[in-house]
Design a protein around this ligand. Structure first.
Ligand SMILES: [Zn+2]
Ligand SMILES: [Zn+2]
Length: 438
């Protein structure tokens, strides 16, 4: 006899199960609809890459230095699970050189080996876009507007945009030297890690949440006040474009984001309904040097990533149901032996309705309970009496509509009108939420 075993999902991961999985499905579909209208096309890249791809883009960051899942495969290759979405898409473009501008979107899991806590997982799921091939600031506006439109499509209203510019290869080095000199004058105040490392990338101290770094950098020089003329023009044009679209934003000169590759425009959306320590529901920026870092020709680019789990938490906090619809429209209760259910569910599904049924010829009571649990808006009831008279009982399961009898040949059209037409058959089905959602 083999030993009994008991397996669980690995620490820091979770199974996405129904009904919560409907939220993932709905978010991905809403996202695809928004970005495809703007000409972005799906890219699916490997979940793992040569570790060098990620090291090239974030050597001084926590994401790459501490949180990456890396391993050697049986061929001795040093690989890493994708910690974020951008590097893989840019690597793919450099490899295949698709025509520019190249506008891509993705829906992909990302992996970070970090201490699990509410809203932070070792595998999380991201939606994102990347647009390569132009420095035009109007593209920055388009990309930011897409993310704002996505939140609006979900029904989120309490999401605010924070905006910054990190300069470019002309003005960043000067600013960086300025910041480094500033930090050197108060190195003792910095947190333990940044005392030793601030020279490696002084911007990281601005991003640090430890009290020492926060206090020491409170009056640090900011890049937005040390932009070269082209960067200042670029930033001004981005702000004008956002204003023209009615997208409100707040300047946040400390917003440097967690990766090294950002240049010029950086942005982040925060959900006010969430706790401020973990309220970032999406963000990104320009990375005009990234394609070159990965061995390609100089190619400007901008993109964002947006964590599905965080967005679902924001939906839950705002009382928005991203699932939006019940699991099935119709549930067939058949106490004649199941033969009617075989044909009727098939006809309903062919007519574009979602339909389910009970199995194993269970009692009326048991089948009706299953119908209720399914979240269906309507139950169709067929017993020996209905079968003999050529009718089907139609019972709304939500709200207080009365049960009706409809001739068997008319029942699919009748239910179709009921479910898709009127929209007042009853309340929505069961709510979905992410793990830890309230
Ligand atoms: Zn620090
Ligand atoms: Zn500049």
């Amino acid at each position: 006899m083999p030993e009994p075993v008991s397996f669980q999902a690995p620490k820091g991961t979770f199974d996405v199960l129904p009904p919560a999985s409907a939220g993932y499905e709905r978010l991905t579909a809403a996202f695809a609809a928004v970005v495809e209208r703007a000409g972005y096309r799906l890219v699916i890249s490997p979940m793992f890459e040569d570790i060098g791809v990620f090291q090239r883009v974030g050597e001084t960051t926590d994401v790459v230095r501490k949180e990456m899942y890396d391993f050697r495969d049986k061929g001795g290759r040093h690989l890493a699970l994708r910690p974020e979405g951008t590097a893989s898409v840019v690597r793919a473009w450099v490899e295949h050189r698709l025509p520019l501008p190249f506008k891509a979107w993705y829906a992909a899991p990302s992996f970070r080996y970090e201490a699990p806590q509410a809203g932070r997982y070792r595998q999380h799921h991201q939606l994102g876009v990347e647009a390569l091939g132009t420095e035009d600031p109007d593209l920055d506006v388009e990309v930011i507007a897409l993310l704002a439109e996505f939140y609006a499509a979900l029904g989120l209203t309490r999401v605010v945009l924070r905006l910054n510019s990190l300069g470019d290869r002309v003005c960043r080095p000067e600013y960086r030297a300025l910041l480094e000199a500033f930090l050197a004058g108060r190195a003792q105040q910095l947190c333990e890690e940044h005392q030793g490392r601030f020279r490696e990338n002084p911007l990281r101290a601005l991003d640090c949440k430890k009290p020492g770094c926060v206090a020491a950098t409170a009056d640090a020089p900011v890049q937005a006040e040390h932009l070269c003329a082209p960067c200042a023009d670029h930033f001004a044009r981005v702000k004008e474009g956002l204003a023209a679209l009615g997208i409100a934003f707040a300047l946040d000169t400390r917003l440097v984001r967690g990766l090294d590759y950002y240049t010029r425009t950086t942005f982040e959306f925060a959900a006010e309904a969430l706790d401020s320590a973990q309220n970032a529901v999406g963000g990104g920026g320009r990375y005009d040097g990234l394609a070159e870092e990965l061995g390609g020709p100089p190619t400007a680019g901008i993109g964002f990533g947006c964590g599905i789990e965080r967005v679902l938490l924001a939906c839950a906090a705002e009382g928005v149901d991203p699932a939006g619809r019940p699991a099935v429209d119709v549930f067939v209760v058949d106490t004649t032996g199941g033969g009617v259910a075989v044909v009727l569910t098939h006809e309903l599904r062919s007519a574009g309705l979602s339909a389910d049924r009970a199995w194993d010829q269970r009692s009326f009571k048991a089948q009706f309970k299953a119908a209720d649990r399914s979240g269906a808006r309507v139950a169709l009831i067929v017993g020996p009496d209905e079968l003999a008279r050529g009718v089907v009982g139609v019972k709304p399961l939500r709200g207080d509509g009365a049960q009706a009898e409809v001739a068997r040949p008319d029942v699919v059209a009748h239910v179709h009108t009921l479910v898709t037409g009127a929209g007042d058959v009853g309340e929505q089905g069961p709510r979905s939420g992410p793990p830890n959602g309230k």
